[in-house]
Design a protein around this ligand. Structure first.
Ligand code: ADP
Length: 198
């Protein structure tokens, strides 16, 4: 049986969201929906969407909310997301929270938990500089990294207050080994009755 879990993983750039998101996805049997990955795949594939977003993402600015939310709505409407999903990189500001609330509310469901990976800014910057070497992402320049972290602090961190009021935020210490962090996440989810499928 697949466990049902509607999750959001949030954290600054370099917090390990992508890696941990995949681990949670595997354990719960729900797909990862990563807006960054969707945009990058479209840029690589030379699609119309890719052309629309390539300059924006290279600058580290946010893609317009309407466009981003439409893409997420389409993805969450696919069959494999019917029982759950883990969102990575969306919502990223208050407007997108509203869009997601509307979408889920219309289906009579809601997020079960928001996993916040807590990592200090200096640690994020160090990890991203390493990733820049390894992956050569267009937005992993010194300026790009600082700009994205600024947007995170200004626009994304405040959404945690909204979800915090709903009592669904699990703050996880994001410093440690990958396995330690995964264990912390599973323990927090288990405490909410969200158990990993056997
Ligand atoms: P990072 O978290 O390292 O910035 P992501 O892979 O999550 O990387 O996102 C890469 C880029 O894709 C962002 O800088 C932004 O341009 C765009 N993007 C991703 N998610 C969103 C979103 N929810 N809203 C607007 N733009 C987004």
């Amino acid at each position: 049986m697949t466990a049902s879990a509607r999750l959001l993983i949030v954290g600054p750039q370099g917090s390990g969201k992508g890696t941990q998101g995949v681990r949670v996805s595997d354990a719960f049997g729900v797909p990862v929906v990563s807006t960054g990955d969707i945009f990058r795949a479209n840029i690589k594939g030379g699609t119309e969407l890719g052309a629309q977003v390539s300059e924006i993402t290279a600058r580290g600015d946010l893609v317009p909310d309407e466009l981003t939310s439409e893409i997420v709505r389409d993805r969450l409407s696919e069959d494999d997301a019917a029982n759950g999903f883990i969102l990575d990189g969306y919502p990223r500001n208050a407007v997108q929270v509203g869009h997601l609330d509307e979408f889920l509310g219309a289906r009579g469901v809601a997020l079960d938990a928001v996993i916040l990976l807590d990592v200090p800014r200096e640690e994020s910057i160090g990890r991203l500089q390493l990733r820049a070497h390894e992956q050569g992402r267009a937005d992993d320049t010194v300026e790009g990294i600082a700009h994205r972290l600024d947007i995170y602090e200004k626009e994304t961190a405040p959404i945690l207050d909204v979800y915090g009021e709903r009592g669904i935020v699990d703050r996880i210490d994001g410093v440690g080994s990958l396995d330690e962090i995964t264990e912390r996440i599973f323990a927090a989810l288990a405490a909410r009755g969200l158990a990993v499928a056997a």
